[in-house]
Design a binder for this molecule. Structure first.
Ligand SMILES: [Zn+2]
Length: 185
C-alpha cells in the first residue's frame, strides 16, 4: 500500500470533506474539487464549481432537504383536504355555463397556488425532495370526487354533456401544474 504524503498547505485548501470516504476503483488524475480525493471519470458529478465525488452530492442533498415524515404527512393532508374544496369549486364553476372555461382558467392556478402556499407556511423551512409529488397526488385524490367522477359518469352514460364535464378536469390539471411548479422550484 502506498502512503501518500499530503502537503499541509494542500489540506488547508480543502474546504469540505465529503463523507463516505470515496475511493476511485481505478487510478485517476481527476480529483474531487471538494475533498481532493482521486475521482474516477465514471463517478464524477459535474457541478458549477467543478467535478465532485458522488458522496458530495449526496451530502448536499441531505442538508438541503430536511423534511421528515411529519412534513410529508402534513403536505398530503393539506393537499387532500383543500383538494376536496377545490374539486367542489371547480365543479360549481364548470356548471355556470358560457363563462365556465374562462373562469376555470383563473380558478385553476389560484387553487394550485393556494395549496402550495399553505404547505410552504406550515412546513416552514423544511423542504422535501418529493413533497411536490405527494401534494399533487393527494390533491388529485381529494378533488376527484367532485372534479373527475362526474365526467366519468357522463362518459359512461354517453351523455352529450360529457364535454362540459371535462371543464373541472381542465381546472384540476392547471391547479396541479401550478402546485408542482410552486413547490418544486
Ligand atoms: Zn469529494
Amino acid at each position: 500500500m502506498n502512503t501518500v504524503t499530503t502537503a499541509p498547505a494542500l489540506e488547508a485548501d480543502v474546504a469540505f470533506d465529503c463523507p463516505g470516504n470515496y475511493r476511485a476503483a481505478t487510478p485517476s488524475t481527476l480529483r474531487c474539487s471538494k475533498c481532493n480525493r482521486p475521482l474516477a471519470v465514471k463517478d464524477a458529478q459535474r457541478t458549477p464549481t467543478g467535478y465532485v465525488c458522488p458522496y458530495y452530492v449526496k451530502a448536499r442533498v441531505a442538508t438541503f432537504y430536511t423534511a421528515g415524515p411529519k412534513q410529508y404527512i402534513l403536505a398530503a393532508l393539506i393537499a387532500f383536504i383543500l383538494g376536496i374544496g377545490i374539486g367542489f369549486v371547480l365543479q360549481f364553476v364548470g356548471r355556470i355555463g358560457f363563462f365556465a372555461l374562462i373562469l376555470t382558467l383563473f380558478v385553476g392556478p389560484a387553487a394550485g397556488g393556494l395549496v402550495a402556499e399553505v404547505i410552504r407556511r406550515v412546513n416552514g423551512k423544511d423542504r422535501g425532495q418529493y413533497i411536490w409529488l405527494v401534494a399533487a397526488i393527494a390533491m388529485v385524490i381529494g378533488a376527484a370526487y367532485f372534479a373527475v367522477l362526474p365526467a366519468l359518469f357522463a362518459l359512461l352514460a354517453g351523455s352529450p354533456g360529457f364535454i362540459f364535464a371535462l371543464i373541472p378536469i381542465v381546472g384540476l390539471v392547471i391547479a396541479v401544474t401550478t402546485l408542482v411548479a410552486r413547490l418544486r422550484f
